[in-house]
Ligand binder design. Structure first.
Ligand SMILES: *[C@@H]1O[C@H](CO)[C@@H](O)[C@H](O)[C@H]1NC(C)=O
Ligand SMILES: *[C@@H]1O[C@H](CO)[C@@H](O)[C@H](O)[C@H]1NC(C)=O
Ligand SMILES: *[C@@H]1O[C@H](CO)[C@@H](O)[C@H](O)[C@H]1NC(C)=O
Length: 493
């Protein structure tokens, strides 16, 4: 999936807009500086009552800014009709009909089959082409099929993400479908189909609390296929939270490793440390638990964003105190290299599919999307719409590119293990409306009315409400996984 387009700085200068952009950069930088202490606090908050690693992951100083030219984000308002909704539904019905052949519908299905754009590969249930860049597209209001599940119907959601239960009034953020430019995503998540693919297998999200956010979404998406009493979640089997689905002999797991490599923040329940220190070349203590997993979904980003430099244990260091400070991007590249080497040496591409989730963006400076009267992401009720030009949210595109490059590079190493880089960054940058904001927890408790009235201090514009944006990320995973034959899971690049 592609990298975002960049504007030529020379053309900016010619058009005389450079001073405006420079001012923008300074403005965002100063906002980030202003919120730094608060962000550090968020980072060190933890929730005693939740069985999860309930703290919010911090983000802080972000020194580099890149211009992201969003290609004509032509988004419709709430009154708009989803453009391709009909055809998407048609295609899904075709697939459904194929799957569950009922006599009455068989002839209809056969007739529809003629107009199918691409044949479904042998052994695959969907036909989203591997070559289709799912990251390019637009958000379309769709209250007919979204949300993909109801907040109150998913028993697995933690109080961190149940925004409506925590007092949010508007629910429009649940009702946007992502319409890729060049192909269609499946209109819905067929839990039974997905769990059949997962039968006898393990799916594991490895990373930080954004990946836990996505795990929570995934267990809600699969829940309709699970019988009551035949599934349960165990909180913290070591580094893991595990949904056991007995009927399928399958698990959907989350593994806490916020830097992927070993760090002093690895205790899933007690990871709030002031100075985060990592061992960029040490991954074995975690990676031993990833062996033999069938679907591995990695991420790491937000925990890097507190400081400009990373604290890295010296080669001779015996304790977490014996560290050097290294530039963030340099340390990030070393970690990605350690990760890539592990994937190359330990993943059997005939069995295991590997995904890497791209940067999940933050929305803490409303000036960036043209709302100078806003307070962080609070009070935002719709995606960024009709915005032409760059969105300066502070996303570190160097880190984005490093992860994209590292993912690609694994496929060129000796054993050619394909890694699918799932680009959700630019699409999620448009979703200023979808964060948990003040409708979340702090230190294990839902924010009080007084705290909710003070979003400048308390709004969490890092994590996402559920149902919401992570459901769409999972729909992308679902589309990729079910468009591949079950036997040969890896993608050849
Ligand atoms: C969906 O949205 C449209 C336009 O806002 C509205 O007229 C309609 O009542 C909504 N339908 C549902 C089921 O909420
Ligand atoms: C259950 O799944 C595991 C892999 O997760 C596999 O090793 C085992 O053989 C499966 N058991 C049965 C009874 O299918
Ligand atoms: C891309 O990955 C290759 C292989 O790991 C590495 O040698 C190269 O330095 C990387 N480039 C960037 C810009 O990260």
């Amino acid at each position: 999936m592609g990298l975002p387009g960049r504007r030529n700085p020379a053309s900016l200068r010619r058009s005389g807009r450079l001073p405006v952009y420079v001012a923008g950069v300074f403005f965002v930088a100063s906002i980030l500086l202003m919120f730094r202490d608060e962000i550090l606090y968020l980072t060190t908050a933890r929730s005693p009552s939740l069985p999860t690693a309930g703290s919010s992951d911090g983000a802080g100083l972000i020194q580099r800014r890149e211009e992201l030219s969003v290609n004509k984000p032509v988004l419709r308002g709430h009154g708009g009709k989803p453009e391709k909704h009909h055809s998407v539904t048609e295609r899904h019905r075709k697939v459904s009909a194929k799957r569950r052949p009922k006599k009455k519908k068989a002839t209809k299905a056969a007739a529809r089959k003629k107009v199918m754009a691409a044949p479904v590969a042998a052994g695959a249930e969907l036909n989203v082409p591997e070559t289709c860049d799912l990251s390019k597209g637009k958000w379309v209001f769709d209250n007919a099929t979204y949300p993909l599940y109801r907040e109150e119907a998913c028993e697995f959601l933690t109080a961190q993400v149940t925004c409506m239960r925590n007092g949010r009034r508007d629910d429009g953020y649940q009702k946007w479908q992502w319409q890729p430019r060049d192909c269609d995503l499946p209109p819905a998540f067929d839990a039974r189909l997905f769990m059949e693919r997962l039968r006898g297998k393990r799916l594991m999200f490895v990373g930080d609390s954004l990946n836990r956010n996505q795990w929570e979404s995934m267990v809600c998406l699969v829940q309709p296929a699970l019988s009551p009493g035949k599934n349960y979640v165990t909180w913290w089997e070591g580094q893991r939270v595990v949904l056991h689905a007995w009927e399928y002999n399958a698990t959907v797991e989350f593994y806490w490793a916020p830097f992927l490599v070993e760090s002093n923040s690895d205790d899933p329940k007690m990871h709030s440390v002031r100075d985060r220190v990592i061992k960029p070349e040490a991954i074995a203590a975690h990676a031993g638990d990833w062996l033999g997993v069938d679907y591995l979904v990695f991420n790491t980003y937000i925990w890097w964003m507190n400081t400009l430099n990373m604290k890295v244990v010296r080669p001779t260091g015996k304790t977490w105190e014996e560290y050097d400070e290294v530039g963030r991007i340099e340390a990030y590249r070393r970690v990605l290299d350690t990760w890539a080497t592990w994937v190359n040496d330990n993943v059997d591409p005939a069995r295991t599919s590997v995904f890497f989730m791209s940067v999940s963006p933050l929305h803490i400076s409303p000036e960036a999307w043209g709302n100078p009267g806003g307070v962080r992401c609070a009070k935002e009720t719709a995606p960024v719409q009709n915005w032409h030009g760059p969105l300066w949210l502070g996303t570190d595109w160097d880190m984005f590119r490093a992860a994209a490059n590292a993912s690609r590079a694994v496929g060129r190493r000796r054993r050619r293990v394909p890694v699918t880089f799932v680009d959700v960054t630019a699409m999620s940058e448009l979703r200023k409306d979808a964060h948990t904001s003040v409708h979340t927890i702090r230190q294990g408790r839902v924010l009080t009315p007084e705290q909710q009235a003070d979003p400048a201090t308390y709004a969490d514009c890092i994590h996402w409400c559920l149902p919401g944006v992570p459901d769409v990320w999972n729909l992308m995973l679902y589309a990729r996984i079910l468009s591949r034959p079950a036997a040969a899971t890896g993608r050849v690049v």
